[in-house]
Design a protein around this ligand. Sequence first.
Ligand code: DAH
Length: 343
Amino acid sequence: MERQIQQLRESAAKLIGAATDLKELDNVRVKILGKKGELTGLLRGMSQLSAEERPKIGKIVNEARAQIEQLIADKNSELKAQDLQNKLASEKIDVTLPGRKIHCGHLHPLTLTLNRVKEIFINMGYSVEEGPEVETDYFNFEALNLPKDHPAREMQDSFYITEEILLRTQTSPVQARTMQKNPPNTPIRMIAPGRVYRRDDYDASHAPMFTQVEGLVVDKGITFADLKGTLDFFCKQFFGENAQIRMRPSFFPFTEPSTEVDVSCPICHGKSADCKVCHGSGWLEILGAGEVHPDVLKMSGYNPEIVSGFAFGMGVERICMIKYAIDDLRMFFENDVRFLSQF
Ligand code: DAH
């Protein structure tokens, strides 16, 4: 009997030592100390012992039980400590890590530019007009003093849909539309932003679709000086206080006299021979303009003896490229987020 107890002690110690988690340890406990356990089984066998042996063996069994219980308790706290350690390691949070950035979209650079242009003109009391992108030959050309066989039509290679309908090549048709919407000689101060289409190549400075802002002011006594002052003010607002404008004589069928307007380079201010934007010239063309041709007023029901006006048409991609030193027009249309996210 003593030997059996000794063996049980040894095998219990081994099993307890080998347990790798609390559940396994509990199984060992039940197997040895439980109601049907091995040690309990030995105790039952004691009834067959003699009266002298009983207390002696009883003592040994109790000692063994106490020892095994101690081993289990020790192992139990060891496993619990280990459990806690594992938990701490696996659930560790580094509170000093920076948070994850939430990527947020924003307006396209062309939209931002258009919004700014609108803001500047609205502050000067202009209204914002719209016209259709699918336009009639009449509004796109004829009402602007470009009859059917006019050679200047070739300046703008057009996408025709039928003989009489095309994708507008400029925002200028909105001039005629706005005048015709009004009773004759009603004063007008409007801009008309929008997309225009031309059969152009697609390269760093051309695209078959781009954006313009048209401007038209008609009233009694409007002069070329008003045009100059307005454009000068606009450029200072848009490009910065130091911006200057330069007017060169030009030709457009719907204005007389006509001019092309340059802005001083806002990047190098004309001071760098190898400027990426102006290439050393110091000036950048941004728009066409002029005094509204009397025939254009007449065709839309206005009387050039009573009112006069000025008009301009500017490239929105162009002023955006100049302002932000963008060297490829295609960037606006290719939606590369590395580009777009810089605005
Ligand atoms: N429509 C012209 C173009 O697209 C630009 C232009 C020039 C508009 C003179 C005007 C203007 O209103 O007066 O090339």
